[in-house]
Design a protein around this ligand. Structure first.
Ligand SMILES: Nc1ncnc2c1ncn2[C@@H]1O[C@H](COP(=O)(O)OP(=O)(O)OP(=O)(O)O)[C@@H](O)[C@H]1O
Ligand SMILES: [Mg+2]
Length: 249
């Protein structure tokens, strides 16, 4: 696919695929186009060129809600929850969002699978970052998606929480055969969890393959650590550099 926004090219001839029960890591410096790629996959942005298919079905002209109904689930970089609703009300709204309506049992099942262990009477706005992410994830998996797009689900989490997230994702993939595309800056996490990775830089795929090979690729190092345009924020670049140094020993 290729995407332009406001006359600027954001993605150029990017192609990727994720299989059932597979984890595809998507990595790249700030502003590389990772979130924009999710916007195109999930149907919020229309690409100027390219096609999106889900389980063999062309969904290029399907809307965001239509794609959701067909089994595409997506999380966002910020875990924004309905602050005025309790956890229980959020689940209820999710169950009744569209037909077929789901049962309370479906919500309980999804909450367990997402490791959400909080009082359902609590306002969703009082949950911490990880519990918000778990609540939103539970709302998505309740509908039994076939593909899950996760945009930096580990951001703002501490190490023990990241280990737990890792377990949650692995279970979704191994037991429920969901295909996951995971945007993540921590290369060591992707090395541990991803079957394959794709590296984007300035809207183009610069490397793809097994994580350990890709993260050794000199072009990947160059994209992360050299010639950074001023417009990019340095923090993720630095984080990734540290991770890379560590994994390289
Ligand atoms: N709606 C928009 N209109 C114009 N430009 C946009 C829009 N959304 C994103 N962009 C631009 O597209 C480029 C890619 O942004 P994107 O958010 O996809 O990057 P990213 O790889 O997700 O970065 P990060 O790691 O910081 O989340 C950036 O230069 C951004 O400014
Ligand atoms: Mg992003």
């Amino acid at each position: 696919m290729s995407l332009s926004l406001g006359g600027r090219s954001i993605l150029q001839d990017v192609s990727l695929a994720v299989g059932q029960g597979e984890i595809l890591g998507l990595v790249g410096p700030n502003g590389a186009g990772k979130t924009s790629l999710f916007e195109v996959l999930s149907g919020r942005y229309a690409a100027q060129a390219g096609r999106v298919s889900l389980a063999g079905r062309d969904v290029t002209s399907a809307s965001f809600p239509e794609r959701a109904r067909l089994g595409m689930a997506r999380t966002f970089q910020s875990p924004v929850v309905p602050a005025a609703l309790t956890v229980g009300e959020t689940f209820r709204a999710t169950r009744k969002a569209y037909r077929p309506y789901l049962s309370a049992h479906d919500a309980e099942w999804a909450a367990r699978l997402a490791h959400l262990d909080v009082d359902w009477e609590r306002p969703a706005g009082t949950l911490d970052t990880f519990d918000r992410r778990k609540l939103l994830l539970a709302c998505l998996i309740m509908r039994r998606p076939s593909v899950l797009l996760m945009d930096e689900p580990a951001s703002g989490l501490i190490n023990t929480e990241i280990d737990e997230l890792d377990m949650i994702i692995r279970r979704l993939v191994d037991e429920y055969e969901i295909g996951v595309i995971l945007i993540e800056h921590r290369l060591e996490l992707l090395s541990a969890i991803a079957d394959r990775v794709v590296v984007l830089d300035l809207g183009e795929v610069i490397a793809r393959g097994a994580p350990e090979e890709v993260f050794r690729d000199p072009r990947v190092h160059a994209a992360y650590f050299e010639g950074a345009p001023d417009a990019r924020e340095p923090h993720a670049r630095e984080t990734a550099w540290l991770s890379c140094s560590r994994s390289a020993g």
